[in-house]
Design a protein around this ligand. Structure first.
Ligand SMILES: *Cc1c(COP(=O)(O)O)cnc(C)c1O
Length: 414
């Protein structure tokens, strides 16, 4: 039989269980097709996608413009390596630098690689420019952060499942509370070797924690006062997800280093990037960083198309308008609800908090019911369900989804 035979849900799930490293606990639904805001399972059942592959598919599944660019380039040349120039990378770098307002771009693949690259740029800047003594540079990070899965990154995670038994840990990070300016200031004041502050403008994985208004702009001002780089991890919050092109734009903050990933490809390909101005990115010289696949021509044309779609289809504005509608509709429901206590978020990055203990199964069971009712979402830490549909959704679809969600929650009211 052919390797790629047609599978039932049960077969697909059992194959992954038997042969895959068991690092995930997926919701039991086996997807085989996607288009726009919808996905279909192997039996042809249709769902609204309310995760968007953790905000990688902001432009909607299989966006024709992105896929056409991808297919055309795939038939031309896919990979040259950086041993040679290619005729697409420079165009991508120029377009993306102008799009986000930076001088230079460092191309990588996964989000975690983007964060790693940003850490390297920050440290090199610390030694070459700021004048910190060799190997002494520290980076401030926040509790409950999520920046990826590499050994360095998990070493400053406060999620014990992600780092227990993966030590020894990199001892170059200072953890402080998120949304706490006093702790930031005292960490800056007490540690002259701080080179950077790495932060998510909204903590997505942790459960969509939106910091107090003014937090980001005041944190940026503190970083400036202490000559420390403000590094924004916008891998999840960026590219129109929160109702602005970048979540830092809500507070008119310009990061010193910007990290992008996920929706930079619209979900078609792993593409991440680090952006900074010449005074910072200039520290990187030949040999200091690299990636076999980073900056390949296939990625370059996909990213350009993905970013064009965001502008052409006004996805930031749509995300802002629909996000407000979503929260106001859910708030109407929450007023009468005993099972949902809160909805929070910005744009179309939202979460609801379930009124049950951290370790209860309620959020998981709700997601199973949502699935049965035609909408897929996933609990994030504890009893929180994240809702992040593709940004190409329209108003009528959003109201349809609100109806599915509130109807499902009602089944859990007691
Ligand atoms: C998803 C994510 C990452 C890691 O991206 P990968 O592509 O999974 O390596 C890093 N930071 C944030 C904020 C993310 O949401």
């Amino acid at each position: 039989m052919a390797v790629l035979q047609k599978l039932t849900s049960e077969e697909a799930i059992s194959l992954e269980k038997k042969y895959g490293s068991n690092t995930y606990k997926p919701l039991p639904v086996v997807l085989s097709r996607g288009e726009g805001v919808f996905v279909w399972d192997v039996d042809g059942k249709k769902y609204y996608d309310f995760l968007s592959a953790y905000s990688a598919v902001n432009q909607g599944h299989c966006h024709p413009k992105i896929i056409n660019a991808m297919v055309e380039q795939a038939q031309t040349i896919t990979l040259t390596s950086r041993a040679f120039y290619n005729d697409k990378l420079g165009l991508y770098e120029k377009y993306t630098c102008e799009y986000f307002g930076f001088d230079k771009l460092l191309p990588m693949n996964s989000g975690a690689e983007g964060v790693e690259a940003a850490i390297k740029v920050c440290r090199k800047w610390a030694y070459d420019v700021k004048g910190i003594a060799e190997n002494q540079a520290k980076i401030i990070v926040c509790n409950n952060n999520f920046h990826g899965r590499t050994t360095t990154i998990v070493s400053f995670s406060s999620d014990s499942t992600s780092n227990t038994n993966f030590g020894p840990y990199a001892d170059a990070f200072i953890n402080i509370e998120y949304d706490n300016l006093e702790q930031l200031e005292s960490a800056l004041k007490n540690n002259p070797n701080v080179a950077g502050f790495l932060v998510e403008p909204i903590q997505g994985e942790a459960g969509v924690y939106v910091p107090s208004e003014g937090y980001l702009s005041k944190a940026k001002a503190l970083c400036e006062a202490y000559n420390v780089l403000f590094i924004a991890d916008e891998i999840q919050t960026g590219i129109a997800r929160t109702g602005e092109l970048l979540a830092v734009n809500h507070e008119n903050v310009k990061p010193d280093i910007l990290i992008l990933g996920k929706a930079l490809s619209g979900g078609a390909y792993p593409i991440s990037a680090v952006l900074a101005n010449n005074d910072i990115m200039g520290v990187m010289i030949p040999g200091t960083h690299g990636s076999t696949f980073g900056g390949n021509p296939l990625a370059a044309v996909i990213a350009i198309a993905a970013l064009e779609v965001v502008k052409e289809e006004n996805l930031a504005e749509n995300s802002k308008v629909l996000g407000e509608l979503f929260r106001s509709e859910l708030n109407k429901y929450i007023e009468t609800s005993s099972i949902i206590t809160k909805v929070r978020g910005k744009g179309l990055l939202n979460a609801v908090v379930v009124n049950d203990t951290e370790d209860s199964k309620t959020a998981w069971n709700m997601c199973l019911k949502l699935r049965d009712n035609g909408l897929i979402a996933k609990p994030t830490h504890g009893n929180i369900i994240r809702f992040a549909p593709p940004l190409v959704m329209n108003r009528e679809q959003l109201l349809d989804c609100v109806d599915i969600i509130t109807r499902t929650f009602k089944e859990f009211e007691n």
